[in-house]
Design a protein around this ligand. Sequence first.
Ligand code: ZN
Length: 182
Amino acid sequence: MNICKKCSSNNVTQANEIENYKYKNSNYNVLINYSLCNSCKREFLTKKQIIANEAIIREAKKKIDGLLNSDEIYSIRKKLDLTQIDASIIFGGGKNAFSKYERSEVTQSIAMDKLLRLASTDRYIFKKLLNLSKINCKFNYTPIKSVNEIMYSKVSYKWENTKFSISTDSHEVKDPLLQLVA
Ligand SMILES: [Zn+2]
């Protein structure tokens, strides 16, 4: 329970109101949370409310900027079957990056946003990123070591929790994932 620092009353209730902000020539409304002391009528913000309000404002700005929101980032990570640590190794941004993105504590860069969109829709790009990140074992993914090695072979991959094999022929070597055998 919150206590009013002015009158020490614990008769404090949670309240909210719609506030209008301007960002890059766009106006947006957000529901801001605050605390109200019913004894002395003081309005104040707790640390938790400040963090929550900042996240709400950040999400609104991301929408204006056309960036993925925190739920969408979470969905992409789950779709790719990655832990937050795996995702940070593959996509960068630092060890706690995805924890912060998904709580909307930090806004992802435009580059990160594009990379996530690409990886979530293009398995070839995702595979390349895995290869670059060298965390293959979890994904049942055999990295391509040389052109000769993948010729005429069948390689197993995992994508969105589904295992599939790829047959590689000599003419497919340039882009083997475009020749999927489900
Ligand atoms: Zn008070």
